[in-house]
Each structure stands twice: as C-alpha cells, then as structure tokens.
Design a binder for this molecule. Structure first.
Ligand SMILES: [Zn+2]
Length: 257
C-alpha cells in the first residue's frame, strides 16, 4: 500500500457529502434499534447522539468521530459499523459528527475557524457546548474510542490515555490494524514520543490550556480512552478499513475475559 502523495500542506484527498452520510447513519441506527437524540440544531448543522443498551451488557463504550471536517474516514467507518451491526455485548453510545460545517468546507476547523478538538476545556463553540451537555446526561463510560485522521502521517497510530494503568488495549489495536494498513514508524508524532504506532501522553489535564475531547472524557467520564489516527494520504477505502479493524480490535481486546 502506497501513499497517494496528494496531501501537500493539508488534506487533499477524497471528500464526503456529510449530510448524505449522516442520513445513512440515522437510517442504519434506526434499523438496528438505536435511540437517537438531536442535541444541537442550527442552520446547516444538526448534531445527533445515539445509544443502544442491553440488559445483559456490563460495559459502557462510547465512540465519536467527525470532529475535524477534513477527516472523512471516521464517519464512514461509523456508518459501516452500524450497517454491519456486528457489535459485541456492550452498551454503546455514539456521536458520529460534531462538525458538519467543517466537512462542507473540507477544513479541520468549524465554519468559525475553531478547532473543536481544542475546545473541550473552555467550550467556546456551540457545537462542543451542546455535545458536552449531551455527554453529561449519559452514564459514565468504561471505554471511549475516538476516530481521527492525520494528513501527514505515514501509517496508523493510536493515542492511549490510561491514567489508572488498566490493561492496555493499544498493542491489540495496532496488531488488528497491521493486517490492513501500514503502522506509523516515526518516533516523534506531533511532538509526542511514538513507539510502534503507540503514543502514551503523560499529561496532567490541569496544566493543559486546551483540551481535546479525549482529555475531557478522561477528566469527566471514562478511565480509558483511545484516539485512533488513520493516515489520510492513503486511499479513503483503506482508511475506513483501518478504522473498522481498530474499533473491532479494541472492542475484542476490551471485552476479552
Ligand atoms: Zn482529527
């Protein structure tokens, strides 16, 4: 598998019709018994949260994607996960897209130029404020998986936040992806030390002026969080496959007795 070489200075790969993808996500979720709630509505943006619980499931898992509008593989992978409906025994929560305007512009930021994934500490954007209000109404999660892409990277990598040193899922996630996508070999990614495709930021949230969604989740909602990063200079189809492998690998590893 080769890089396409399109991403000069930013993401220049395939884009998606986010309204169509969101409609398809809604249809697949309804078909398979998910509850949905529109938690934010404005001109051109309708944000929706989903959940599906079962009486016998013991673990709560949250997935999110579509925070950066130039990262289309996440929402497409969520759509495929919903359509294939092959979930293990877990209670599931999902926010497939909080930045539809960013997708229309093919920009990382929202229409106001805000990087939503730096806005979870101060919550200046209406999108993040609304999502956080929705998240606060949900129970605590045991695991959160956040789907992103990196236009610069040469392979898949994963950020792990695991402050209580629970059994790590990172190696299992990387091994699951390795079959379908190259793994990042760089030892420094975005100034983080990266080993065999795994970044384990040792961060004190109180010392960080800006919070990503994963940091807000670790502070408020979950003990363990993984941010999955596919390399967006590869074909969109291969990145969707990488996300599917990563999510399924994470869930398999997490729910293993
Ligand atoms: Zn991103």
């Amino acid at each position: 598998m080769e890089r396409l070489g399109k991403n000069q200075g930013r993401y220049h790969g395939e884009t998606i019709d986010i309204d169509k993808v969101q409609r398809e996500i809604r249809a697949a979720a309804e078909l398979h018994g998910w509850q949905s709630e529109i938690f934010y509505k404005s001109i051109g943006a309708e944000l929706c949260g989903y959940h599906r619980t079962s009486r016998s499931a013991k673990q709560n898992v949250y997935l999110s994607s579509g925070i950066h509008g130039d990262e289309p593989a996440g929402p497409l992978a969520i759509l495929e996960l919903l359509r294939s409906n092959e979930w293990p025994e877990a209670n599931l929560w999902l926010v497939p897209c909080v930045n539809p305007n960013g997708f229309r512009l093919n920009t990382r930021e929202n229409a106001e130029g805000v990087d939503l994934n730096r806005d979870y500490r101060h919550q200046n954007s209406t999108e993040v404020r609304a999502q956080v209000e929705w998240l606060k109404r949900q129970p605590d999660f045991d695991l959160t998986l956040i789907l992103h892409e990196d236009w610069e990277s040469n392979g898949f990598y994963v950020y792990e936040l695991n402050p209580n040193d629970r059994r790590s899922l990172a190696e299992d996630i990387v091994e699951a992806v390795r079959e379908v996508c190259p793994i990042e070999t760089a030892e420094l990614v975005d100034n983080w030390e990266c080993r065999a495709g795994i970044i384990r930021p040792q961060v004190d949230p109180t010392e960080r002026p800006q919070w990503a969604e994963s940091v807000w989740l670790i502070v408020n909602k979950t003990a363990q969080s993984y941010t999955l990063e596919t390399p967006s200079d590869f074909s969109l189809e291969s990145r969707v496959r990488a996300h599917l492998a990563a999510v399924r690998g994470a869930l398999r590893s997490f729910l293993r007795k």
